[in-house]
Design a protein around this ligand. Structure first.
Ligand code: ZN
Length: 418
């Protein structure tokens, strides 16, 4: 994952343009990804796909011919979606087009102007303060033209058409935690699912923030009824506490599963109620869509000092945190896969396990007591109301042992699939 992130880091992404396409092409090397191009001007719900933005170069040059700001060394230096410019301006006029972050005077902020055409540059506050009162040549060699918005989709067919949706944003340029970490974890999670035998179908969306999610929803409204629930995710590369923001209704299966897993497997997780602010859960949980989508990150939305600055770079994130995040997702998937109901076919009294060879089987198991408890829990709660993951959460027994016990009971003819 770290290697993938270092490959993606230098690319100048935005909500449209070649940077997004190049990113998706690199992801294609990991998972088969279906790429959709939505043309400029297409209406998607209340929005319109904007002009496509591409950029070759940008710099600010002083009168000595020295480039004091160079897009080639850091793409955050250009206001993302900046309109083209080639002018000589004085310091006072230049400052009207400069963006800095005063609290962190050494860092370059990441700023965008998607829906208002203007040119601009981002630099450290210290550098802006040190600018001499002279003339500067400003060049942004960008284009805003009729083109497309691009997003990627990975669909993994399971035994049933019911889908689990996982969405992450791909529109940020050279920023690591936000959100190359989300991209890397999702791509690897999809790769993991391609190798396993899955009950549910899974759909991963790699979409530009807001407009990308809205475009996907608008173009796929008919598919929404198949989505059981899902997660929006990002910010997965810091060694911080896991933060889960609940779905809009706050008490759905995905809420129960994620809360259980992060409480059991991680230290001091933070769980917050839904608010209509943050990432693309804003779109998925809008009232006319109303999908059961939670949001899982390693730090609350925007709540870290390096957020949207040049300090959100390769030095900030760690491979260990990424692996940790991936393993938590894999654990969540195991619970999702067991979100299925069975019926105890011998519900009057306990069925006799010994005569069915279940105790013998248990004897050789390295966690035989837990497995025995799992059998009893499953038999008791396979009442047509509870799922296996419900029983795992209630009993606290490991989900893999629950899955194994379910299989044993099913094979012994004690359970029926519902
Ligand atoms: Zn962001």
């Amino acid at each position: 994952m770290f290697k993938l992130i270092s490959e993606l880091y230098p690319i100048c992404r935005s909500i449209t343009g070649e940077g997004v396409r190049e990113t998706l092409r690199i992801l294609e090397g990991i998972v088969p990804i279906e790429i959709t191009e939505v043309p400029t001007g297409k209406k998607v719900f209340d929005w319109v796909i904007p002009k496509e933005w591409n950029i070759k170069d940008a710099y600010i040059q002083n009168m000595e011919g020295e480039k004091i700001i160079d897009f080639q060394t850091l793409n955050l230096h250009v206001l993302n979606y900046s309109s083209p410019v080639n002018e000589t301006v004085n310091l006072e006029d230049l400052k009207k087009h400069l963006y800095t972050v005063q609290e962190w005077p050494e860092w370059v902020p990441y700023r965008t102007s998607y829906y208002a055409e203007k040119w601009g540059f981002c630099m450290s506050h210290n550098q802006m303060e040190s600018l001499k009162d002279e003339k500067y040549q400003v060049v942004v060699d960008s284009t805003l033209s009729q083109g497309h918005l691009t997003y990627g989709e990975v669909y993994i067919k399971g035994k049933v058409p019911d889908e689990i949706l996982i969405s992450t944003h791909i529109c940020h340029p050279s920023l690591c935690n936000d959100n190359l970490t989300g991209i890397a974890v999702c791509a690897n999670l999809a790769r993991h699912l391609l190798k396993t035998d899955n009950y549910y179908s899974y759909r991963f969306l790699f979409v530009p923030g807001t407009i990308g999610a809205i475009a996907w929803l608008a173009l796929n409204e008919k598919k929404l009824k198949l989505i059981k629930y899902g997660l929006v995710t990002s910010l997965l590369g810091l060694d911080n506490v896991f933060t889960y923001k609940r779905t809009r209704s706050g008490n759905t299966t995905i809420d129960k599963i994620v809360e259980h897993v992060i409480k059991k497997e991680t230290t001091n997780p933070e769980i917050i109620d839904f608010i209509p602010y943050g990432y693309d859960e804003r779109q998925y949980c809008s009232p006319g869509i109303n999908l059961n989508m939670g949001n899982l990150t390693r730090v609350p939305y925007a709540q870290y000092p390096e957020y949207h600055t040049s300090a959100d770079n390769m030095d900030l994130i760690s491979q260990i945190a990424l692996e940790d995040s991936l393993s938590i997702f894999i654990k969540i998937l195991r619970f999702i896969e067991q979100d299925r109901k069975y019926l105890n076919l011998f519900p009057k009294g306990e069925p006799q396990l010994g005569k069915r060879g279940l105790y013998d089987h248990i004897g050789g198991h390295n966690d035989s007591k837990t497995l025995q408890m799992a059998l009893l829990w499953i038999l008791n709660f396979s009442d047509g109301i509870h799922t296996i993951s419900d029983v795992a959460i209630r009993s606290g027994i490991d989900i893999d042992i629950m899955a194994e016990a379910t299989e044993m009971l099913f094979k012994a003819g004690l359970l029926k699939k519902l």
